[in-house]
Structures are given as C-alpha cells and as structure tokens.
Design a protein around this ligand. Structure first.
Ligand code: NAD
Length: 341
C-alpha cells in the first residue's frame, strides 16, 4: 500500500450510516457502545466478521492488538478494516490495519465529534505505552471516511464539547476562520466540515510532519498529553487539549511570543470549558517538576536535556515552534497549581 500526500488527504462520504454498504471482505472493529446505541450499526454488523471493542485509552495498547490479531488471522490482504467508533477505536484500528499482512485498507466511521473533526483525518494512528501517550505510531491513511452525523446524536454535551475544542485548535491555524469563530461559533456539522478541510489542507502541505507545517496541529498537545498521562487518562483527550491550550498560551506570553491580549481573546473562545483555570490547577495538583520534565521528554515533539520544543501562538493564525526551557515550565507549573496565569 503506497502512502503519500494524496492518500493522506481524507476522502469523505457524507450520509446516513444505513445507506452505506460494507466492502466485500470486511473486519468490523466497532465500539461496543455505538453498536448498542445505534440499531443501524448493529444490523450492519450482523453477518460480518465483527469484533466489538471497549473504547478507552486502554484499548490503544499492545495487549489489545494481540487480542484482535489473534482473532483475525484468517483475514486476507484484500480485506478492509472498518473502524466504527471514536478516536481510540480509530487509532487502534489504524495501527492494526497498518500491520495486518503488512497493510490493508481502512475505512473510518467517526462516531464522536472529536473523531470526526480530527482523529479520522490525516492518517496518523498510535498506541500508548504505559501512561505515555501515542508512544508507538504509524501513518496509515483511511481509504475513505463515512461521515454520518446521526451517530453523534447519542453523545453527551461533555463529549460534544471535546470535539469542539479539538476543532477550535485547528481553527487557530487560520486567521480568517478564527476571527469568524470569534464572531459566531459554527454549528457542529459546520465545525466538522471546516476542521476536516483545514486539517486536510495542512496535511497535504506536510504529509509526514517533516517541514514543521503539520506540527501546528500539535498546538496545546505538549501539556495536553502530560495532563492526560498524569490523570492516568481519567481526563479525556479533548478536555486535556483544552487545558493544554491554556498552558501553551501562558508559556507563549511568558516568553514574549504571544501577546497577552491574544491570550485573553483565545481563552474566552475555547468552547465551553467552565472553570478552566480551576480544572487546570486540579489536574496538575499532584505533578512534580521532575515528573513534568519526564513526561515532556517522553513526548515525541522533541526535547533535549534542558528544553522542550513547543508550538506557540504568535498572531491569530500563526503558530510556530519555540524552544521552552524546563525552568520556564517549572515556574509556570507553580502558577498553574495556584490557579494563576
Ligand atoms: N490519530 C490522530 O490524528 C488523533 C487526533 C486526535 C485525537 N486522537 C486520539 O483520539 C482519542 C480520543 O478520541 P475520542 O474522544 O473519540 O475517544 P473514545 O473513542 O474513547 O470515545 C469516547 C467515549 O465516547 C463513547 N462513544 C463513542 N461514540 C459514541 C456515540 N456515538 N454515542 C455515545 N457514546 C459514544 C465511547 O464509547 C467512549 O466511551 C485519543 O486517544 C486521542 O489521542 C488521535
């Protein structure tokens, strides 16, 4: 299977799930909850080679890979892996599809808003190792994505908010769209269309994250991943990214890269994250300076003995890499724990 800039750009088909047809030989990796909540999904799984999965960060693991690999040994190279679920099922299925018989076709059916705006676009898939997020990863683009908005009707308000936060992060890469968002936050379907378009554009310019262009999508993720890890994944990804955005804004202001007025503007438009500063303090309460440094060193965005590479916001639409000394992060950590900027 050839992976290049073209194949990494998502081919999207919008419609109701019941109107799509599974390919001839399919392995359906489906979030068990989605199968239970959506009768059309359950009906489509009948008569198919189906493995229901419990969605969580624990699924993104080597034992889970072993479990599914053992149950799919008879699957041919012509098969298609159908990933029906949120970002954890999608990431897991991406890694499995990459490795099974050296790579088979993958179709994403994102059932969370977060997966629809972000994880099912761009061809990245990863597993966690212990509490280190996405430590093992591959590029394995979906052959296509089926975008079925009716699947998102069973999401809670908190789950929807996570998707809006992840989309907002992508919108921060475009001044025009950021300013429009500040005037009026789009509805969820419009958010999905916009985030997929912007992400596809960025991915096509830097498919394998070699020039730095694609790295703008990591804005908020350095500390976001630390927050997920330190909570042992009890804080979900979208919320952690929202808190990570605050951290990246604060670090940007401290180093003179982000104007304080821009921080205030962005912070006031991060979608519905109530009491965010208090939540950040709570999330980091037990984190020592030493563990903070250890976590950021494990993150794959680049760290040396004294500094980590972080994406910082310079102007609306302009995000750039900067070297952030650990002592700066340590000073910020003390402020964050106190609920201060
Ligand atoms: N590969 C990438 O480029 C990329 C990008 C962003 C995020 N991610 C990854 O995505 C993951 C987060 O994704 P997520 O937030 O979708 O998590 P998730 O897949 O764990 O889903 C969250 C919860 O929603 C439930 N759920 C799923 N669909 C539902 C539906 N339609 N109705 C009701 N409940 C439903 C799940 O069962 C689960 O309990 C993280 O692991 C993150 O690292 C990957």
């Amino acid at each position: 299977m050839t992976i290049n800039a073209q194949t990494l750009v998502s081919k999207d088909r919008w419609g109701e799930f019941k109107d799509f047809e599974f390919p001839q030989e399919a392995l359906v990796l489906v979030d068990a909850k989605v199968k239970r909540l959506h009768s059309d999904v359950a009906a489509a799984c009948r008569g198919q080679w189906t493995i229901p999965l419990r969605a969580s960060e624990a699924l993104k693991s080597l034992p889970a890979l072993q479990y599914v690999a053992e149950r799919s040994l008879g699957l041919s190279r012509q098969a298609t892996v159908m990933a029906i679920g949120g970002g954890t099922v999608g990431d897991f299925a991406g890694v499995f599809a990459h490795l099974h018989k050296r790579g088979v076709r993958l179709v994403h059916v994102p059932s969370t808003l977060l997966a629809a705006v972000d994880s099912s676009v761009g061809g990245k898939a990863a597993l966690n190792v212990a509490t280190t997020k996405n430590a093992l990863g591959v590029f394995h683009p979906a052959f296509e994505s089926w975008i079925c908005p009716e699947l998102w009707t069973t999401l809670t308000e908190a789950q929807l908010r996570e998707g809006r936060i992840e989309a907002f992060k992508t919108v921060l890469t475009s001044e025009t769209h950021f300013r429009r968002w500040c005037q009026q936050q789009p509805n969820d379907v419009a958010i999905v269309k916009l985030a997929r378009k912007l992400k596809n554009q960025i991915v096509s310019e830097d498919p394998f994250e070699t020039t730095g262009r694609r790295a703008v999508l990591n804005f908020g993720h350095t500390l976001g991943h630390v927050i997920e890890s330190v909570s042992n994944f009890r804080i979900p990804h979208g919320e952690a990214v929202g808190l990570g955005l605050l951290c990246a804004l604060d670090v940007g202001v401290r180093l003179g890269h982000t104007p304080a007025t821009l921080r205030a503007l962005v912070e006031s438009h991060i979608p519905q994250l109530p009491h965010a500063r208090r939540r950040l303090a709570q999330a980091l309460k037990k984190l020592s300076e030493k563990d903070l440094v250890r976590y950021v060193k494990h993150d794959k965005k680049g760290a040396d003995e004294r500094a980590v590479a972080m994406m910082l916001l310079r102007h609306p639409g302009t995000i750039a890499k900067a070297s952030v000394p650990f002592e700066v992060l340590a000073k910020q950590l003390a402020l964050w724990k106190d609920g201060r900027l």
